[in-house]
Ligand binder design. Structure first.
Ligand SMILES: [Cu+2]
Length: 127
C-alpha cells in the first residue's frame, strides 16, 4: 500500500512536470500551431512554445513571429508585444511574450517557411 502510494505520487510528479498549464490550438487552411506554456499565462512575461505543423508535417527552419495586441479602448491606448520566436527543434519555436495588462489579447502568428508561402494564423488568449 505504501509502495503504491509512492508510485502514485511519482506518477503525479511526472505528469505535472510534462503537463502544460496553458495550451491552445490555432490553425489556418494549411498550417496548425499548438501554443503551450508550462505556467499559466500572467500579466508580465510569459514563455510560450509554438509547435508548428504545415500540411500535417512538423515545420522546421521557418521564421516564426508572434504578435500579441489589444485594440485601443476608452482611456487606454493600443498595446502590442511582438517577438521573433527562437527555434528549439522539431518544429517547435519559443517566444517570451509580455502582456502588459489582463483581458483578451489578440494573437497573430506569422510563419515564413524556408520555401513556399507565408502563413498567418490568428487566435486569442484571456488572462
Ligand atoms: Cu486594454
Amino acid at each position: 500500500m505504501k509502495l503504491f502510494g509512492l508510485l502514485f505520487s511519482a506518477v503525479l510528479a511526472v505528469a505535472s512536470l510534462y503537463g502544460a498549464a496553458f495550451e491552445k490550438e490555432a490553425a489556418s487552411r494549411t498550417a496548425k500551431v499548438v501554443l503551450s506554456a508550462e505556467k499559466p499565462l500572467v500579466v508580465g512575461n510569459n514563455v510560450i512554445d509554438l509547435a508548428v505543423t504545415h500540411q500535417g508535417v512538423a515545420l522546421q527552419d521557418a521564421e516564426v513571429l508572434i504578435k500579441a495586441f489589444m485594440p485601443a479602448m476608452p482611456g487606454m491606448p493600443y498595446m502590442e508585444s511582438k517577438i521573433e520566436a527562437t527555434r528549439i527543434g522539431k518544429g517547435v519555436y519559443e517566444a517570451e511574450l509580455n502582456f502588459s495588462m489582463g483581458g483578451t489579447w489578440q494573437i497573430h502568428i506569422f510563419i515564413t517557411p524556408k520555401e513556399g508561402k507565408k502563413v498567418r494564423i490568428k487566435t486569442s488568449v484571456n488572462l
